[in-house]
Write a protein that binds this ligand. Structure first.
Ligand code: MLT
Length: 413
């Protein structure tokens, strides 16, 4: 008899986005006319074509592979040095953060890394997670057996939940209890909130005092426009000894389909063994990659490298500005519709209060059926997300403007 991983049986319903997809598909099948005017502002998936610099680099890489003289097989399991050195130099060292090339680990995206990281972390850690939250952090811990069952509100036994509410600007304070691992995401998905330097300093101080590890998801750092807001946890002194950072090319270079991201793990980061020794996590993470993967395809890594060229950087800037233009249009429309609006300033997500009396899923249905617009119900991100919904700004300008018109024309009273 072969046994399955029963931890999976503790998971709530389906993963949020496939579940939304299922409901939308059902709606479209039953309402073919309305389906024609459907606009998707649910999952944060990019709509605009890849930056030309990445396209030509990927084509050139394929050409290299097509002739004997320049053909390559396996690359470094941790990613090509050509890409790791660009990342370390341009994203970190040029901005005053001492990150070495071999502290960059290239992957197929930060979603994967957020799950993979559990391979090198122990099972007895107390996990703290913000609420609402990107569901991957919670679900991967459930799958790994780090939690008990969920209660009626969907909260899992054993997890420390850190409420993110309008009253705390959606940025939680460190808890008054021991957490060993804390997941933080700024700019935040789903709320669009950013953490100030002072707030991140508090988190680093907490990690130092509690020998905790911060898992910092900075997938949306490129969207920060406000001066003084840190774009990396490593801008905070001491973070190299207590944090791991995840980054992605999905929302900068439009790589949601191409797939590429990276993790920054410094060699100063030490974690404990059960017999009290302190060892670099880097050694385990390096070993994990050597054993389990052969990194990301060569053309994709060359495409990612091209995003760091002068043209690539300009084209990425253009994409971010485009989506943030949508965010402004959508935020303004939701506000004019009389709804409470948050986020959307340093992030491509707008976090909106549902009209009085409507739950998040009721608002999802209302938007789908009456406005033919797909949004993400806030409660899908955690119990503190109840009473909110998320509008993604990843869309064409024409669609963003049309959603804005429909929102303003709707009556939510
Ligand atoms: C989202 O919509 O929250 C994101 O697109 C999901 C992801 O990046 O995996």
């Amino acid at each position: 008899m072969a046994y399955l991983n029963e931890n999976y049986l503790k998971l709530q319903a389906g993963y949020l986005f496939p579940e939304i997809g299922r409901r939308v598909q059902e709606f479209c099948a039953a309402n073919p006319e309305a389906a024609k005017r459907l606009i998707r502002c649910g999952i944060g998936d990019v709509t605009e074509p890849l930056p030309p610099a990445a396209v030509s680099a990927m084509k050139k890489a394929v050409d290299e592979l097509s002739v004997r003289e320049t053909f390559r097989g396996y690359g470094h399991e941790q990613g090509g040095n050509f890409l790791r050195s660009k990342i370390a130099q341009l994203d970190y060292r040029d901005r005053g953060m001492e990150i070495a090339d071999d502290e960059i680990f290239v992957s197929d995206g930060s979603k994967s890394d957020c799950g993979f990281i559990l391979d090198v972390l122990g099972d007895r850690n107390r996990i703290a997670i913000t609420d609402p939250v990107y569901p991957v952090y919670v679900d991967t811990n459930v799958m790994a057996g780090h939690t008990g069952p969920a209660d009626e509100s969907g909260r899992y036994e054993g997890i420390i939940y850190l409420p993110c509410r309008a009253e705390n600007g959606f940025v939680p304070e460190p808890p008054n209890e021991q957490a060993d691992i804390v997941y933080l995401c700024f700019p935040n998905n789903p709320t669009g909130a950013v953490a100030t330097r002072a707030q991140l300093e508090k988190w680093v101080a907490y990690a130092q005092a509690h020998h905790a590890l911060l898992l910092y998801d900075a997938a949306y750092e490129g969207y920060i426009s406000e001066p003084g807001i840190p774009r990396s946890i490593f801008e905070i002194p001491g973070a190299t000894e207590c944090a791991v950072e995840f980054r992605s090319f999905s929302k900068t270079g439009g790589f949601t389909g191409v797939r590429c991201g990276f993790t920054v793990m410094t060699k100063q980061l030490l974690l404990q063994t059960s017999d009290g020794r302190e060892l670099p996590l880097h050694r385990l993470w390096h070993r994990r990659w050597s054993t389990k993967t052969n990194s990301v395809s060569y053309p994709v890594q060359r495409g990612a490298e091209a995003l760091y060229s002068p043209e690539g950087r300009q084209q990425v800037r253009g994409l971010i500005d485009y989506y943030m233009g949508n965010a402004r249009i959508l935020s303004a429309a939701a506000a004019r519709a009389g709804l409470g609006v948050y986020g959307g300033k340093n992030a491509p997500y707008i976090w909106v209060r549902t009209p009085a009396g409507l739950t998040s899923w009721q608002m999802f249905d209302r938007m789908l059926h009456d406005l033919n617009v797909v949004i993400t119900p806030g409660s899908g991100f955690g119990s503190e997300g109840e009473g909110y919904f998320r509008i993604s700004a990843f869309n064409s300008r024409a669609n963003a403007e049309e959603v804005a018109r429909r929102l303003e024309a709707a009556s939510f009273s």
